[in-house]
Design a protein around this ligand. Structure first.
Ligand SMILES: Nc1ncnc2c1ncn2[C@@H]1O[C@H](C[S@+](CC[C@H]([NH3+])C(=O)[O-])CC(=O)[O-])[C@@H](O)[C@H]1O
Ligand SMILES: O=C(O)C(=O)Cc1ccccc1
Length: 235
């Protein structure tokens, strides 16, 4: 189904509700530049760092697309756990996992409150940006603490530039991308208003500093296009 969520006047701030979940896979592919490539590079590094009988968490797993791709490529035993607090998303995640016969644990949980077991890999793509800045670093600290000593944290985020002219042009570049994906100016502006203060992006440097402050020994960008980036942080 094509995403037409913002083709009408918005009545509330952006939510991961039934209407969004129903078109979510289309929305991601048409709203996140190089989404498929960010997923592939996430899967590559997740599999590189996943040990025999290891554990991987996907925080903000939505419809479990990333864990399903990892499941398909797994050559060892591993525990795949997807966390999300949108029941509408999780219903679709469970349907997809069942349809593919994938042994993936999908839990309705707040990633800020969840009690993580030790894991080899954490993934959180396009999710931290929805976590209030006041508590975001605390969450990344929890992730670092739950990772085993050579664990990896792979995360993707929308990013900003603190150079005013460049930030403006990055946004224009992104909106040109959205228009090429078939979104109207009206839809782009409606969604921008709905996301105001809901999606709060950091700069590339602020994301790296957050990971280092949270206890990771190294963090760098694996992939970036304009204002979207995928990072890897190593314990
Ligand atoms: N506190 C929270 N606790 C649990 N889940 C949350 C919380 N806040 C937001 N979410 C969930 O985080 C997900 C963010 S979408 C991730 C895409 C996926 N990673 C993908 O790569 O396909 C990104 C986007 O839509 O741009 C949604 O499913 C929310 O319900
Ligand atoms: O920042 C935007 O304008 C977006 O559309 C990003 C996005 C993509 C998918 C769900 C929510 C926000």
């Amino acid at each position: 189904m094509n995403d037409k969520v913002f083709a009408k006047p918005i009545k509330k701030q952006f939510e991961f509700d039934e209407e969004v979940a129903a078109v979510f896979d289309d929305m991601l592919e048409r709203s996140v530049p190089f989404y498929k490539e960010s997923q592939k590079i996430t899967e590559f590094f997740a599999l590189k760092n996943l040990n025999e009988n290891g554990r991987v968490y996907d925080l903000g797993c939505s419809t479990a697309s990333t864990l399903l791709n990892i499941h398909r490529k797994l050559s060892t035993n591993a525990e795949l756990i997807g966390l999300d607090n949108s029941e509408a998303m999780l219903q679709r995640a469970r349907q997809k996992c069942e349809a593919y016969g994938a042994d993936i644990e999908v839990c309705n949980a707040d990633i800020l409150e969840y009690d993580y077991k030790e894991a080899d890999v954490f993934i959180s793509n396009y999710t931290l940006q929805f976590i209030r800045p006041l508590v975001r670093e605390e969450l990344v600290k929890k992730i670092a603490a739950a990772l085993q000593k050579e664990g990896a944290f792979i995360f993707s985020e929308k990013v900003i530039s603190h150079h005013p002219k460049l930030n403006k042009e990055l946004i224009e570049c992104y909106y040109d991308f959205k228009k090429e994906q078939g979104y109207s100016e009206y839809e782009i502006m409606q969604k921008r208003e709905a996301l105001e203060n809901v999606l709060v992006p950091y700069s590339e440097e602020e994301n790296i500093k957050m990971a280092l402050n949270a206890g990771f020994s190294h963090c760098e960008v694996l992939l970036r296009w304009a204002n979207f980036a995928t990072f890897i942080a190593l314990k």
